[in-house]
Design a protein. Structure first.
Length: 150
């Protein structure tokens, strides 16, 4: 896992429309890169909607937001349209970025153990280093959690 002080990768991936997204696209801003397990599931929808609803406050505080999951670009397009999301979603189907950040690991649900995406939020400084890592994400209040833990 990338830790506070580590340099974030320059290339972040392709968004839902196939556009390449680079760290330097957000120069001068703090970048929130949040990893979530799956489009259109209850927790992931709550988190995305919290960030959507709080985006103006985040933008006013100097942040930009990107979501990342292993879902396809087509799935991201449907999710983004249905939830009226106002930030890019990276389709990391090969889990390259997910693994680079360390957001892949063992999970447990209803007694079952499996590998999957760990819900994690990274805040990257304008200089491109990891400034904060949030591993206990409050999905319903994700935007507020980012702003309060500055």
């Amino acid at each position: 896992m990338l830790n506070v002080g580590d340099k974030a990768p320059e290339y972040l991936g392709k968004d839902e429309s196939g556009k390449d997204i680079y760290l330097n696209d957000f120069s001068g801003k703090k970048l929130v890169v949040y990893f979530y397990p799956k489009d259109s599931t209850p927790g992931c929808t709550a988190e995305a909607c919290s960030l959507r609803d709080g985006l103006s406050d985040l933008t006013d505080a100097g942040y930009a937001v990107i979501g990342v999951s292993g879902d396809s670009a087509a799935s991201h397009q449907r999710f983004k349209e249905k939830q009226m999301l106002n930030f890019p979603l990276i389709a990391d189907v090969d889990k390259v970025l997910i693994k680079q950040f360390g957001a892949w690991g063992e999970k447990k649900m209803m007694g079952r153990v499996y590998d999957g995406i760990l819900r994690t939020t990274f805040v990257i400084s304008p200089e491109g280093t990891i400034e904060r890592v949030i591993t206990k994400v409050d999905t319903k209040n994700a935007a507020t959690q980012i702003l309060q833990s500055k």
